[in-house]
Design a protein around this ligand. Structure first.
Ligand SMILES: [Mn+2]
Length: 329
């Protein structure tokens, strides 16, 4: 549950302020875009001025939530806000705005659900058991009595669906379903959002997913599934890094019977290797990611490393094997 005293301070700051700057993380996902959209729309309907900062562009299928928005970059940061709200972001570097926010002139509110959160804000509204930051924003909007209608609900429902993999996550708290109920009670047409999420895969996403599934490696008696995609694999299928994240590959790794841990290695054209971890049955992959300079959740985490693909694959897999060795069958 949300810490009440921090929650009331956040609510007071939102009520008293007039201009807000909302930021979310690099390579934004559905939760990041969803809570930016939901909170921005609600605050504007309350008569506030809102600017949005994003270092990377939103994935194509989520752009409708930020239509007409000017997405500000670190060099383009107006300095006259009453508060900066950083959403779904566990540490300041992940915002992409670390340099300009090192010595902020105004209060930083951090609203997040990542267990690896470093508490970098002046006000840290953290709920590590929340399904998504969108779930937290639903609660915040209700408690703050901020405007709540289908337009506000759109993004929040989308983020709730993507971060929970459509309510399939293990140990999902009932509050995730309560948040969904509240969103639907605004009159939101869930079918439209679900349709956008489920029937809009790009051909390049389907192709790279097919390639990845065919090159899947299974070891440790079926408990570890991993796949490595090189930059040339991506190029051959016309796929971008965003396509790999959007295609559903990582979720499928732990959908295989008996698999406890799944790892995806993806080589970016800049030479960096992105490692994505997924797990089931409470196997902690967050610790592995944090040990490598990344972060995330117990069952879904990631990091990026600037070494050759083969080196990263060998090193990281050994860490996963070592940890999996002692994990109950
Ligand atoms: Mn999230």
């Amino acid at each position: 549950m949300l810490p009440t005293d921090v929650l009331s301070q956040v609510i007071a700051t939102l009520h008293q302020g007039q201009r807000f700057f909302l930021i979310s993380h690099v390579r934004p996902d559905g939760d990041a875009i969803g809570c930016l959209s939901g909170l921005a729309r609600s605050l504007r309907k309350a008569g506030k001025t809102v600017d949005i900062g994003l270092v990377d562009p939103p994935p194509d299928r989520f752009t409708f939530l930020l239509e007409g928005e000017i997405l500000r970059k670190p060099g383009d940061l107006p300095l006259d806000h009453d508060a900066i709200v950083i959403l779904d972001t566990g540490d300041l570097p992940r915002s992409g705005f670390a340099e300009v926010l090192e010595k902020p002139t105004t209060v930083i509110i951090n609203i997040d659900h990542h267990p690896s959160n470093t508490g970098f804000g002046d006000l840290n509204l953290l709920d590590v058991e929340a399904s998504s930051t969108c779930e937290m924003i639903v609660h915040l909007i209700e408690r703050a009595r901020l405007p709540f209608d289908p337009e506000v609900a759109q993004g929040l429902y989308l983020g709730l669906c993507t971060d929970t993999r459509f309510f399939q996550n293990e140990n999902l708290r009932p509050t995730a379903h309560h948040a969904a109920q509240r969103l639907l009670e605004t009159g939101l047409e869930a079918g439209t959002i679900l349709g956008r999420l489920l029937s809009t895969k790009k051909l390049s996403e389907v192709r790279i997913l097919g390639h990845a599934l065919l090159s899947l490696q299974i070891e440790m008696n079926g408990r570890l599934a991993w796949v490595a995609l090189s930059a040339s694999d991506l190029a051959r299928h016309g796929a971008t890094m965003a396509d790999v994240f959007a295609c559903g590959l990582f979720g499928q790794l732990t959908g295989i019977e008996g698999v406890v841990a799944g790892v995806g290695f993806v080589e970016h054209s800049d030479g960096k290797i992105y490692c994505e971890f997924r797990s089931r049955r409470g196997f902690d992959v967050k610790e592995i990611a944090v040990g490598l300079g990344g972060g995330g959740h117990l069952a879904a985490s990631g990091c990026s490393l600037a070494k050759p693909l083969e080196t990263v694959t060998a090193d990281v897999l050994q860490r996963v094997r070592d940890r999996l060795e002692g994990f109950p069958r």
